[in-house]
Design a protein. Structure first.
Length: 110
């Protein structure tokens, strides 16, 4: 995971104040740190970055739904190509071991 904590610096790149709390007697020194939210968020499994560098939330449920939609699109394209076969389990693929899908014509009667 990349560093998400950096020393706080001014516009010239100089460290503003190295320690925000000093207790020299007890050797306690606390640094002033700047938390880099963007770097932190980019490393979460449900946060993704688009081509423009913008972050967006993507839940596992949404990811699974997108995967299902892509599978449906691929199956639709396969059926439209005329190279689709349906096996005994109802799975549509290019495997000629199943029954070749036939073109269907739908009509409605009034």
């Amino acid at each position: 995971m990349p560093t998400v904590l950096l020393l706080v610096k001014n516009s010239l790149g100089e460290i503003k104040k190295r320690y925000i709390f000093e207790d020299r007697e007890n050797s306690l020194y606390y640094k002033a740190l700047d938390f880099k939210w963007f770097n932190y968020l980019k490393n979460l499994p449900y946060i993704h970055q688009d081509n423009n560098g913008e972050l967006f939330y993507s839940s596992e449920k949404k990811t699974l739904e997108n995967h299902r939609i892509n599978q449906l699109r691929n199956t639709t394209g396969l059926i439209g190509s005329g190279k689709a076969y349906t096996d005994e389990y109802g799975i549509i693929s290019e495997n000629p071991g199943g029954i070749r899908n036939q073109e269907h014509r739908f009509h409605y009667e009034e």
